[in-house]
Ligand binder design. Structure first.
Ligand SMILES: Nc1nc2c(c(=O)[nH]1)N[C@@H](CNc1ccc(C(=O)N[C@@H](CCC(=O)N[C@@H](CCC(=O)N[C@@H](CCC(=O)O)C(=O)O)C(=O)O)C(=O)O)cc1)CN2
Ligand SMILES: [Zn+2]
Length: 755
């Protein structure tokens, strides 16, 4: 066993490419436009460029095996021979991998869910009684060899057995964590193979240890790392935690014979680290540079914290708090930033530079980095006093709105007023908002950005899209229509671009899942709505039809969840500011005659704190922010909300507390179980359980939708039921959407006739 302590590192890096090259290459391969050789060559180029950059920046230990063609959990399932049997028949390795990720005509993909409390989605491995684990280490060995050949001090990274099993899904009654003992020999074998290939250190990621997913994390740690540390022929082991505090798992880890522990000092605190005596024999990797957010590090404060840790461990290395997967590549690619705002920020490359600066200061003393410390202090002072950051006028208005109350009239009274105004048929049909984002739509937006067309021409084209989407819905016979959201690049970014206090990046792409990326806006100051944001679009759509068109807004919790948020005030404060802007928009929509307004909150579950004790306080402010944004309208205006992407268990009562008149909710994959959950907490407003899964290209048959609707009617009376897909349709093709919705409307007619 080797393992000289290192001093400066990061826990992982982005892999989509600074220009989203990997997205384009993978999509080209899927479309059959390129072959595997081309795809592998591009991937190797991206990896090599990334390694060289981290090495040149001055890191002395560099993570590898952080590349992925789709997702690191899926990679781990491959590593451990745990792909589901239904893809086993696909002979080609890469095609089998992509089949597990996104399905084929014949096989369903793995489920996708949020990675802890981030907007990154991982693929959920399925562990069944027929799973027989076996080791397939080619990927990690190849990436290690590739890095060593470049002379890079490479540290392979793998997801640990505890996290792998706790995040997997048990099939046919299997509890994945019960299979832990079967994985340990494989990890031992992996360690020895890595050592033979030249690894001095290995990083084993165990972020599940910062959650409440298991009731005895310390016991798991003792079993797993006690055992792995006993292997003799192995690299030094660094167990990495991130996204929170290790609590009782920290002394348990320190008591084993592993060589290093990485802790998140942004989400967690330094005090408990200093009080674990067994750490004095270990390398402590101090995650002090925030890998989840884009604010410049307070170098002076970080040095003070690091100083308190120096005596607690045998040595201290400086690191980002987690992989920089969650932040954009580099500030260099943003030309629209003013110098002041730029000076407050650090993206991936700048964070690595901060790590190196802090490590240099620890080694050579503060004076060796005094220029960096000065520049940092100036930038932080400018941020604190910038008038865009605090605006008393905005704060007074919000306080007044909060005082005006977050409650609407009683639900029954609202229902009566809405029924009279809207006159909808029983079990009305609708869709969730977006229609396919075709390449013509995106091209028009790209042309607008490049000044090839003007705003008038762009808006003319988007109105054309709205008109054809309205015509399609009338033809299909849907009851409540939407305008289709063609003018929105993204349901969060679109609003951020129109609100003071947000900066929308040009190239700040972050992977959301697979080849799909988002550009999270930066919330840096107090929020003000400059002008109505959606009214002309909805007004135009409504002018084309006699059927009601829903107003379509994104809620405050989701706007927060999918942005880089302020770190200088509590989240609830930012949530209320955004809520107040959305409230103004609902009031303007109502004044324009819009009778139904949907306020989407798909990220309600995502921001739920990882520790149970922190959850009630979050749910209180999240619910209040939603109610603040929707309580400004009359009883006769119908408020809808939409939720997706989650197991709703932990937030089910909060969903009822939102008090929307209609809640459309993802349900197809869970077979309508969510309706029983809603009943069990006394939810009495209307609900639109998604009757088909929009994440798959499959067109649902009429019979399937009828069966779902009958199941829904077992749980909910017809007077409270709506019919809709699971989520928006923006990622689907026009053909799929038209065929699916035709079947949905036919199914609705069949079920109505049975009532
Ligand atoms: N922020 C956010 N988070 C979310 C969701 C969401 O909708 N938004 N949904 C959930 C799932 N996540 C998703 C995340 C991304 C996409 C998605 O489709 N992203 C698009 C980009 C969307 C976008 O910003 N589009 C822009 C820019 C499009 C673009 O790439 N344009 C080309 C040029 C145009 C062309 O030729 O296509 C370019 O700039 O190079 C636009 O429409 O204006 C992609 O990766 O392809 C879908 C779901 C959870 N989290
Ligand atoms: Zn959705």
């Amino acid at each position: 066993m080797t393992g000289t302590p290192f001093t400066a590192t990061t826990l992982g890096s982005a892999r989509i490419g600074p220009n989203r090259q990997l997205k384009r290459a993978v999509e080209a391969y899927w479309a059959g436009r390129t072959d595997q050789a081309q795809l592998h060559a591009l991937a190797a180029d991206l990896r090599v460029a990334g390694l060289r950059e981290l090495h040149a920046a001055g890191l002395d230990s560099i993570p590898v095996n952080t590349f992925s063609f789709y997702d690191q959990m899926l990679d781990t399932a491959v590593l451990l021979g745990a792909l589901p049997p239904r893809v086993a028949g696909i002979a080609d390795d890469l095609d089998r991998y992509f089949a597990a990720a996104r399905g084929t005509g014949r096989v369903a993909p793995l489920e996708m869910t949020k990675w802890f409390d981030t907007n990154y989605h991982y693929l959920v491995p399925e562990i069944s009684s027929s799973t027989t684990f076996s080791l397939h280490p080619d990927k990690v060995l190849d990436e290690l060899t590739e890095a060593l050949a470049l002379g890079v001090p490479a540290r392979p990274v793998v997801i640990g057995p505890i996290t792998f099993l706790l995040l997997s899904k048990g099939v046919d009654g299997t509890a994945p964590i019960d299979r832990l003992d079967e994985l340990l020999p494989l990890y031992r074998e992996l360690l020895s193979t890595l050592r033979e290939t030249g690894a001095d250190w290995v990083q084993i990621d165990e972020p599940a240890l910062v959650t409440d997913l298991h009731d005895d994390p310390a016991g798991l740690v003792t079993r797993v790392y006690g055992e792995l540390a006993r292997a003799t022929d192995r690299p030094a082991i660094l167990v990495a935690s991130y996204f929170g505090d290790l609590r009782e798992a920290l002394p348990a880890l320190a008591a084993t014979d592993i060589e290093g522990i990485a802790v998140d000092l942004v989400r967690g605190t330094a005090d408990p680290v200093a009080s674990v005596p067994a750490l004095t024999s270990k390398l402590l990797v101090a995650g002090i540079v925030n890998g989840r957010n884009i604010w410049r590090n307070d170098l002076s404060a970080s040095l003070a914290t690091l100083a308190t840790l120096l005596g607690s461990a045998a040595s201290v290395a400086v690191s980002t708090s987690c992989s920089t997967l969650h932040v954009p590549y580099s500030l260099d690619r943003e030309s629209g930033l003013d110098d002041t705002l730029r000076s407050w920020l650090a993206f991936g490359a700048e964070k690595v530079a901060e790590v190196v600066t802090l490590a240099t200061a620890l080694r050579d003393g503060r004076d060796s980095v005094d220029q960096a410390l000065d520049a940092c202090a100036r930038a932080l002072a400018a941020r604190r006093s910038d008038p865009r950051v605090h605006d008393d006028g905005i704060r007074e208005r919000i306080a007044a709105a909060v005082d005006a109350g977050v409650a609407r009239g009683p639900a029954a009274q609202r229902r009566a007023a809405q029924d009279e105004r809207l006159g909808l048929p029983v079990v009305p049909t609708t869709t969730i908002g977006s229609y396919p984002q075709t390449s013509e739509i995106r091209r028009a937006r790209a042309a607008l950005r490049a000044n090839e067309i003007g705003v008038d021409e762009y808006e003319r084209r988007m109105r054309g899209e709205v008109a054809s989407i309205i015509a399609l819905q009338e033809d299909l016979g849907l009851d409540v229509l939407v305008h289709g959201e063609p003018e929105r690049n993204d349901m969060v970014q679109y609003f951020a671009e129109q609100l003071d206090g947000f900066f929308a990046t040009e190239n700040g792409w972050v992977q959301s899942y697979g080849t799909r990326c988002v550009r999270p806006p930066i919330l840096y100051g107090d929020v003000r709505r400059r002008h109505p944001m959606t009214v002309t679009w909805i007004d135009y759509a409504q002018s084309l039809t006699d059927r009601p068109v829903k107003g379509m807004l994104t809620g405050p919790v989701t706007i927060l969840a999918w942005s880089f948020v302020r770190d200088d005030q509590p989240l609830w404060d930012s949530a209320n500011q955004i809520a107040s802007a959305i409230r103004d928009e609902t009031v303007d929509l109502e004044a324009a005659g819009v009778g139904i307004i949907q306020v989407d909150e798909p990220a309600l579950r995502e921001l739920l704190p990882l520790r149970a004790e922190d959850q009630p306080a979050y749910l209180r402010w999240a619910v209040d922010a939603f109610r603040l944004s929707t309580a400004g309208v009359a009883d006769a205006t119908q408020i809808h909300t939409h939720l997706c992407y989650s197991e709703f268990g932990a937030v089910i009562s909060a969903i009822a507390d939102l008090d929307a008149d209609v809640t459309s909710i993802e349900a197809a994959r869970s077979h309508m179980e969510v309706l029983d959950d809603l009943n069990s907490i006394g939810y009495a407003n209307s609900v639109g359980p998604g009757v088909y899964d929009i994440h798959s290209p499959r067109v649902p048959e009429v019979g399937e939708i009828v069966a779902s609707l009958r199941a829904a009617l077992d749980a909910v009376p017809a007077q409270r039921l709506w019919i809709n897909p699971d989520c928006g349709l923006k990622t689907r093709s026009t053909d799929e959407v038209e065929a699916s919705l035709r079947n949905l409307v036919t199914a609705a007619h069949i079920v109505r006739a049975e009532l």
